[in-house]
Design a protein around this ligand. Structure first.
Ligand code: UQ1
Length: 403
């Protein structure tokens, strides 16, 4: 089982067309690369959007040839990629990290609704500053936060901005003028009970209204109205007036993966969950949001996956059996104010897998600084250079044999 068998089947005669030279190639078009996890704080005015950006050239790891093209089609049957500038590139091994697709357009009235004020989204560079403007300009009324009826990346982010907005309105003396409302498609506030229990305590304390199974279907931005459907009562809709609206867009699989033979039924990259190897094409691997790995989609998960994948591929290159298995590790720093974070960490089984020897379900100031000030460095200088593979190796050390 696992790729140990299939890995042996990888033939060594791929890539004969040699349209590019040997070595590591990264196909990536944008001139700017963003650290998206900090957008939560940009939307709340605690960081600038400029701080999330670097020139792609400045973060390209040494030894990698940057191919400035966009992937248009992947043909795993003949080990080639076609790019939008007409090149055909053959590969011996392929690692797919194409991310997922945002679908603002699936909500009636969007994306054009973002031309109006009072509405924003921390999920794109074009809309994240609009969140902060809406919050800054808040006078009185409803502050409405949404969670869509699809898989999402960083499932905590839709509620982090609610906690930050609540804190901002308190700080500026406007909280009495506001009703803070979280309308989520999910039947729960958070998927892991240990952290959900803490979050429910917080929303009760702070008078935040949580409506489960409410899915945003339309924004009438000119009238400052948002329309939600009740997922448990098809056809029942409710209109919420808003003074501020934060939209988490519906999301879906990457369209290149979906239109290739590499996707599962829904279009997510179809991987073996232990070895991150494609189920049908053993020289294809994947990582991150584009995959169907049954864990929460986060940057922390990517870090842990990168360590497994790096080891696996180096073993395969030496014709040895992969010996490292991904346990589904993922982490979500749930920002609950401008000075506190609940650090959720868990695995495929939904079991907490905490790095620090404290109860991480409690709000912590140190964890806020880790999220806001340490993680960006770990990303730019560690993860992007292959030097940060998640906290796994440190966890045992931190617990000194306690767990
Ligand atoms: C992490 O590894 C990571 O990747 C750089 C993040 O950025 C998105 C995180 O937010 C977290 C929490 C981790 C996990 C790291 C520790 C120290 C728990």
């Amino acid at each position: 089982s696992g790729p140990s068998n299939s890995a042996c089947e990888i033939k060594k005669d791929y890539g004969r067309s040699n349209s590019i030279t040997n070595g590591l190639h990264l196909l990536f078009l944008p001139q700017t690369h963003y650290y998206q996890p900090i957008w939560t704080l940009v939307g709340a005015g605690a960081k600038t959007s400029a701080s999330s950006a670097r020139h792609t050239a400045s973060v390209m790891p040494a030894g990698v040839k940057w191919v400035k093209s966009k992937v248009q089609e992947i043909n795993p049957e003949n080990n080639t990629i076609r790019t939008d500038d007409g090149k055909e590139i053959s590969y011996e091994y392929l690692i797919i990290a194409l991310g997922l697709q945002l679908h603002f357009e699936k909500i009636k009235g969007l994306p054009e609704g973002f031309e109006h004020p009072k509405i924003g989204s921390n999920y794109s560079i074009q809309t994240v500053e609009k969140t902060w403007k809406a919050l800054k300009d808040f006078k009185a009324g409803n502050a409405v936060f949404t969670f869509p009826n699809t898989p999402v990346k960083c499932a905590g982010a839709p509620q982090k901005i609610m906690y930050l907005s609540d804190a901002y309105l308190r700080k500026t003396g406007k909280r009495n003028e506001a009703r803070v409302i979280y309308n989520t498609s999910l039947p729960v506030l958070f998927g892991i009970k240990k952290y959900a229990d803490s979050l429910w305590d917080i929303v009760k304390q702070r008078d935040l209204q949580i409506n489960l199974r409410q899915n945003l279907i339309e924004v009438r931005a000119d009238k400052q109205e948002a329309v939600f459907e009740n997922l448990d009562k098809p056809g029942e809709t409710t209109v919420f007036e808003y003074e501020m609206l934060h939209v988490t867009p519906p999301m879906g699989p990457n369209l290149i993966v979906k239109s290739s033979p590499l996707g599962d039924e829904a279009g997510w990259l179809d991987l073996d969950k232990d070895y991150l190897q494609h189920k049908k094409y053993p020289n294809v691997f994947g990582i991150g949001d584009c995959t169907n790995l049954p864990t929460a989609k986060t940057g922390a998960a990517v870090a842990a996956q990168s360590a497994v994948l790096s080891r696996t591929i180096s073993m395969i290159l030496k014709n040895q059996k992969p010996d490292k298995i991904y346990d589904g590790y993922t982490s979500c720093p749930l920002v609950t104010s401008y000075k506190s974070v609940i650090l959720a960490e868990f695995d495929y089984n939904g079991q907490p897998l905490e790095t620090f020897p404290i109860n991480q379900a409690k709000e912590s100031r140190i964890m806020y600084h880790m999220k806001a000030d340490v993680m960006p460095h770990l990303y730019w200088h560690g993860l992007l250079r292959g030097l940060w593979g998640g906290p796994g190796p440190y966890r045992k050390l931190m617990h000194l044999g306690m767990k």
